[in-house]
Write a protein that binds this ligand. Structure first.
Ligand code: GLY
Length: 399
């Protein structure tokens, strides 16, 4: 498909929406019959929106996530099924190190994945948290949604559920790349035990090496979190991959709104840590009558503020997607008061991003920190593209 979506297919798909719409007679009044007229439902231009991993990764195939999802939607696939088929692409792509297979592992070197999905028209939802051994946790979240009375399965129970359904459970979802980055992180936080062969040049009299190790142990790199962020600053880890995550949301020509979020979560997290991504209202929220919001970035900010839910509620009260997102970002900023979470300017020392659609098909991508380098992905009938995220604050979270 490259970037252009087949317009004829798009028009055929939207025509289905028209023919399925209501055709009715005008009401009688004063015993006079008005001429019959046709109530034509207003068609929605379908849209799929996500963070940049939905644009940049194709797993060697023809489509990125937003294109695959959009194609499915205009061809009449169920909106959520199309979105999940879309996010399966970066989940399976070994080059993408924040989602699914090859996602950055936890502190023990184990890849633990989170995901949830919500189906607007059906008002169904499902999620999995801290699941191991399955490359596509979004498919297990979908199975929780479709096959159980529950909304969330976690840990070994979620894995057992997947095994019972016939999913292949793998011993290790690390790739060479994710394992090498984990090892580099271990060297930074525990340099006495994890050695870098390329730096083992000093013997007996070379006190310089010992000094270097001592300095590193005393430096900020001995803190788990800061060591990870330093690797982002140095370009070893893509910023997007540090908190992982793809959130992908869409609306069909007939107005069906759905969303899915899937992630390997915070890099080097404490084993068992669950972020916002599998939690309804935090990393994703859909109300089929209002809209959808989902997130990437520091999950704890969304767990505390239930921000995706807040954005949908803001839209319920009449805000546009952009205003709803900005208002929620201000809430996060106001609730971030601990100095460990603030930068030298007294502003949040982290980023968090939202991908928002309303029932009319209007969309927005917003971030705590915006700049021309910060993008989100969108696919419309004109094809897929990256657009600038609208930032609440200027500059960088680290300054
Ligand atoms: N937003 C992804 C996470 O914090 O796990």
């Amino acid at each position: 498909m490259d970037t252009k979506i087949n317009r004829r297919r798009f028009l055929q798909a939207t025509a289905v929406g028209v023919s399925a719409g209501s055709v009715g007679l005008g009401k009688r009044s004063n015993n006079r019959t008005k001429s019959p007229h046709v109530f034509t439902p207003k068609l929605i231009s379908p849209v799929v929106i996500s963070d940049t991993s939905g644009y940049r990764y194709r797993n060697g195939g023809s489509y990125n996530a937003v294109e695959r999802a959009f194609k499915g939607i205009i061809e009449g696939e169920d909106t959520l099924e199309a979105l999940i088929a879309g996010v399966n692409i970066p989940e399976l792509d070994p080059e993408e190190s924040g989602i699914g297979y090859g996602g950055l592992p936890n502190a023990d070197g184990v890849v633990q994945l989170d995901s949830c999905c919500m189906h607007g028209p059906k008002k169904w939802a499902g999620g999995v948290a801290a699941i191991e051994g399955i490359r596509t946790p979004s498919l297990i979240a979908k199975s929780v949604m479709e096959l159980t009375d529950h909304h969330l399965l976690a840990g070994s129970g979620a894995q057992q559920f997947a095994r019972q359904l016939g999913f292949v459970i793998e011993d290790d979802l690390n790739t060479e790349k994710s394992r090498a980055l984990w090892l580099e992180w271990k060297r930074r936080i525990d340099p006495e035990h994890f050695l870098d062969p390329s730096k083992r040049k000093g013997f007996k009299d070379s006190s310089g090496d010992r000094d270097e190790i001592g300095a590193r142990m005393r430096s900020k790199a001995d803190e788990f979190y800061r060591a990870g962020l330093a690797m982002v600053d140095e370009g070893l880890i893509e910023e997007n991959s540090f908190w992982g995550t793809i959130n992908c949301n869409g609306i069909s020509p007939s107005g069906d709104i759905c969303g899915v979020t899937t992630t390997s979560g915070l890099a080097w997290k404490i084993p068992g840590r669950v972020g916002d991504s599998p939690i309804l209202g935090a990393g994703l929220y859909v109300d089929g009558d209002i809209g959808v919001a989902g997130s990437t970035g520091r999950g704890e900010a969304n767990l505390y503020n239930l921000t995706s839910f807040l954005i949908v509620e803001n839209m319920r009260h009449g805000m546009s997607p952009l205003d709803a997102g900005m208002s929620a970002l201000k809430r996060i900023e106001a609730n971030t008061v601990e100095s460990r979470l603030l930068n030298s300017r007294g502003l949040p020392a982290f980023d968090v991003r939202f991908f928002i659609l309303n029932k009319k098909g209007e969309s927005a991508g917003v971030a705590m920190y915006g700049s021309q380098q910060k993008k989100y992905a969108i696919c419309t009938e004109n094809g897929s593209e990256e657009r600038d995220l609208e930032g609440l604050l200027e500059g960088s979270p680290n300054e």
